[in-house]
Write a protein that binds this ligand. Structure first.
Ligand code: PMP
Length: 400
């Protein structure tokens, strides 16, 4: 198992020592440059953005807007004006559901989701559907845990206004053929929203090449801070969207006779933003780009392949999802409850996630109450896999 090594473990103060962190899909550990950037943003560089005329505030504004450009680069957006900072993917999807959804989805229109979506990419659409009298369709999965795009193609109609899918599943690690999803959606005039929470940290995303209409992700999954994320949409789509939260910064002119709004992206960033979060996200993207997303995904996939092989050869262990899953491996140990599996692994210093992973419809579909999930990052290595295997052997011993 010694073939899989990483030079990057030391970059992460959160995993110092003999602790095996295999819950990166829930939230990634933070690289030192990210922590340093946040400390500077709250320390010697601290000031507000966009309003102050003094030098510190002007500099912070420059840093804030440079981060926007960095996110645009990460996604290959045509312009940084297409990047809206939000508090995370959940916030981004709710923004689209409220602002775009309220004005573009009406009674008896339809929204296409899939069986493997995270609750964040289900509930905002259910709330929208309830508000406007629309309906939700749910695409099934193929036998190897991919969203069934053939089924979507066969079942999309002109009534579908939106297709909203995970670019990478947080439970199965399945990677969507996003370009094909865009072609299929556009054939009936529907928009495509991609939930990029698990893809942005491990796949080179090019929103122009994919030709999707909305892309969302969370900073904390890409080694950045919590409480920050982004929404991308082409400028003309954003420009046609009404504001969804009112307050400072998102306005052009306020009077009691009527208020006019700022152009995007400011229109969607009401209030004092998460300045240090934005600066931290910038540092995280620089860190990731410094290593290279291709290098990160190759490393994660090699680690995952090692784990998949090792787990598959253990009697009574069942692994879920496609053979080529992206950094995420769900599994079961016989009929031992995943919470028991995770508790015993924790005793051996191995941190995995057990539960429904905010994907209860997927659990129902798979016919299980929960799964155990190991997920990998740039800091994962063969010792993590060995500790996981050792822990599972212990689970089997305890439960006979
Ligand atoms: N979608 C997917 C696929 C996710 O993995 C997550 C986080 N588990 C979310 C959406 C929600 O992200 P956040 O909680 O950061 O808003």
């Amino acid at each position: 198992m010694s073939a899989i090594q990483t030079n990057h473990r030391a970059d992460f103060p959160g995993i110092a020592g003999d602790w095996h962190y295999l819950d990166t899909a829930a939230t990634a550990q933070k690289a030192k440059p990210v922590l340093d950037a946040i400390a500077r943003a709250y320390g010697p560089d601290y000031a507000t953005v966009h309003r102050g005329v003094y030098e510190r505030s002007a500099n912070m504004t420059l840093a804030y807007e440079a981060a926007r450009k960095r996110v645009a680069g990460l996604l290959n957006a045509a312009s940084e004006s297409e990047i809206v900072f939000t508090s995370g993917a959940t916030d981004s999807i709710n923004l689209v559901a409220e602002s775009w959804g309220n004005s573009n989805v009406g009674k008896d229109d339809r929204i296409m989701l899939s069986q493997l979506e995270h609750h964040s990419n289900i509930v905002p659409w259910q709330l929208l559907a309830e508000r406007v009298g629309a309906h939700i369709d749910v695409a099934p999965l193929t036998d190897d845990g991919q969203i069934d795009l053939d089924w979507i193609e066969a079942n999309l109609t002109e009534r579908h206004k939106l297709v909203a899918l995970a670019h990478v599943s947080n439970v199965l690690g399945s990677l969507l053929d996003a370009k094909r999803a865009a072609t299929i959606a556009h054939k009936v005039g529907a928009k495509l929203l991609l939930d990029g929470c698990q893809a942005a940290p491990r796949v080179r995303v090019d929103v122009q090449d994919i030709d999707c209409d909305f892309y969302v992700f969370s900073g904390h999954k890409i080694y950045g801070p919590t409480g920050i994320g982004a929404l991308w949409a082409p400028y003309d789509i954003l420009d046609a969207m009404p504001p969804w939260k009112g307050g400072g910064s998102m306005i052009d002119r306020v009077s009691f006779d009527g208020t006019t709004y700022a152009p995007p992206p400011g229109r969607f960033e009401a209030g004092t933003p998460h300045i240090a979060g934005v600066v931290g996200l910038d540092a995280a993207i620089q860190y990731v780009e410094g290593i290279g997303l291709d290098v990160i995904s190759a490393h994660e996939n090699a680690t995952l392949a090692m784990a998949r092989d090792a787990l598959s050869s253990i009697n009574s262990v069942q692994v879920f999802g496609p053979d080529k899953s992206m950094g995420i491996l769900s599994f079961a140990v016989g009929d031992v409850h995943p919470h028991d599996v995770a508790t015993i692994l924790d005793e051996g210093g191995v941190a995995i996630r057990a539960g429904h992973h905010c994907a209860q419809p997927l659990m129902d579909y798979m016919g299980v109450p929960a799964t155990a999930r190991a997920s990998f990052g740039i800091y994962s290595d063969a010792e993590d896999v060995a500790a996981l295997v050792k822990g599972i052997e212990r689970v089997r011993k305890i439960f006979g």
